[in-house]
Design a protein. Structure first.
Length: 499
């Protein structure tokens, strides 16, 4: 399981209301207790923070708000001592407009780095093509100084790098080397499907209307670039890993970014983020993932991240559903990603208009982690950069650790169970027949077997599973025995019973 840390909101140690790297290092014992295998830390590099770190002005330094390079080294070493691997968030598609590369590039048409970004003349209608940016508006901004437009698939402060220029490839490879040399275990690669582009930058078909480019861009040039990145990463000792954000809707398109085992180790698939909490929909998602990824592309599972509403909020807010979702997430075939705070059953905050800061409207899921029940929740200030999530007086690490019935203990138990079961870690998945409200599947290797049942309904339901089975974990803490029925909203893991 890979645990996503959004550093601004994990833990502040300096009193400025913003979380920092020392805050992560200070809580490695908690992550180890929980049973985390690896952390992915959202960007902490130097940044003007127009997109809260996804606009980078120096890839090889730590932003002062998060600490120093020495803090990064301490975090990496401390995590390794705790048996936790560290993935950084590498943003290759764009830099900040304050990055010295872009500052040079925009300075003149003859600047040495002019071609490191996409500069084009406008058409009579205005922009060089019809692409739209992810946060709204055209994907082009006109620059008065040199009379040309530059491309940005996100904010104007995030100009797209031109990966068709070999100097860019070289410079970005140096960034990977910089961090691999500091012993990181790999990277989560931001919107990696965007880096290859046809230099003609052709219009997208008019029938797509004003849909933004990010969800449809799929250029074959990206694959060659990814193979080079993979070779670089593989040239380092140990097991380094690259997980790419491929923001496409079609799982068979996502599949191509695994290449022939020579591109990404794993690609995110955001299908579950758009899947309602219903057995039939989940059966369908599992079928699609198994069919389209096949045997050689290892799946990923994501229910929440820093760009989406927390799944508890999205799925209606109930404790029972968030507990059953924990069982589902941690038993599917593939690597689960857990966004910080999911293990506490957190919901999104409703952020008042005066406190909203994100241009993409994503503040609600990014609120600070409450560590204690006190008014400052274990932070040095009562009033961090975003408000506390709802019910922080009860949903905090201190309270939940002390309550064996809390969802935090369910996550911990699930992670422990997963670690010791080859079937759950890497076994096959087979859907089983079950009543309409129930998702039932078997996970199996030749020597190990588990059955997972999830009742999406609001009434008790009987489920027949051939053979004798014992309960390993139930999402309902009052249940400790398998009697052939699931309670309303209950999810269980079963193991073969003693003969
Ligand atoms: C990815 C990140 C998102 C960011 C965007 C631009 O989708 O997850 O937070 O805004 O890329 O870098």
């Amino acid at each position: 399981m890979i645990y996503q840390i959004y550093p601004r909101s994990f833990l502040d140690t300096t009193g400025d209301g913003v979380g920092d790297l020392a805050g992560i290092t200070a809580r490695l014992d908690y992550l180890r207790w929980l049973g985390v295998d690896a952390i992915w830390v959202s960007p902490f590099f130097r940044s003007p923070m127009a997109d809260f770190g996804y606009d980078i002005s120096d890839y090889c330094d730590v932003d002062p708000v998060f600490g120093t390079l020495a803090d990064a080294d301490r975090l990496i070493a401390g995590a390794h001592d705790a048996g936790i691997r560290v993935l950084l968030d590498w943003v290759p598609n764009h830099t900040s407009d304050q990055h010295p590369w872009f500052v040079d590039s925009r300075s003149s048409r003859r600047a040495s780095k002019r071609d490191w970004y996409y500069w084009r003349d406008g058409r009579r209608s205005g922009t060089p093509n019809n692409w739209r940016a992810a946060f709204g508006g055209p994907a082009w901004t006109f620059d008065d100084a040199t009379g040309q437009w530059y491309l940005h698939l996100f904010l104007p402060q995030q100009p797209d790098l031109n990966w068709g220029n070999r100097e860019v490839v070289h410079a970005m490879h140096e960034v990977l080397r910089f961090w691999l040399d500091r012993d990181v275990d790999g990277f989560r690669i931001d919107v990696v499907h965007l880096i290859g582009k046809d230099p003609a930058l052709p219009d997208q078909p008019a029938e797509l209307g004003s849909v933004d480019r990010v969800g449809i861009h799929d250029d074959p040039r990206t694959h060659g670039l990814l193979r080079e990145i993979r070779r670089l990463v593989d040239s380092y000792p140990g097991e380094r890993v690259i997980v790419g954000e491929v923001n496409l809707h079609d799982t068979s398109a996502i599949r191509t970014y695994y290449g022939a085992g020579d591109e990404l180790h794993m690609a995110f698939n955001f299908l579950p983020l758009a899947t309602p909490w219903a057995a039939g929909d989940w059966r369908q998602v599992i079928r699609v993932v198994e069919r389209d990824l096949g045997r050689d592309a290892w799946p990923t599972w994501v229910l929440s991240n820093h760009d989406s509403r927390r799944h508890r909020t999205r799925l209606g807010g109930s404790e029972a559903v968030s507990r059953a979702a924990a069982v589902l997430l941690l038993t599917l075939r593939g690597t689960p990603f857990l966004f910080q705070g999911e293990e506490l059953g957190l919901e999104d905050a409703v952020v008042s208009p005066e406190r909203r800061v994100d241009p993409g409207g994503r503040d609600g899921c990014r609120t600070p982690i409450p560590w204690t029940a006190t008014p400052t929740h274990g932070w040095p200030t009562v009033d961090p950069w975003l408000p506390w999530p709802p019910h922080a007086e009860a949903r905090n690490v201190q309270r939940e650790r002390a309550d064996p019935g809390a969802i935090l203990h369910l996550y911990r138990r699930l992670l422990a169970v997963r670690r010791t079961s080859p079937a759950l870690r890497h076994g096959d998945i087979t859907l089983l027949d079950a009543p309409a409200a129930v998702l039932a599947f078997r996970r199996s290797t030749h020597e190990d077997e588990r059955v997972v049942l999830v009742n999406f309904g609001e009434t008790e339901v009987e489920v027949h599973v051939d053979g004798r089975w014992d309960i390993v974990v139930s999402s309902d803490s009052a249940v400790d025995r398998w009697d052939g029925a699931l309670r309303a909203g209950e999810a269980v893991i079963l193991q073969p019973g003693a003969a």
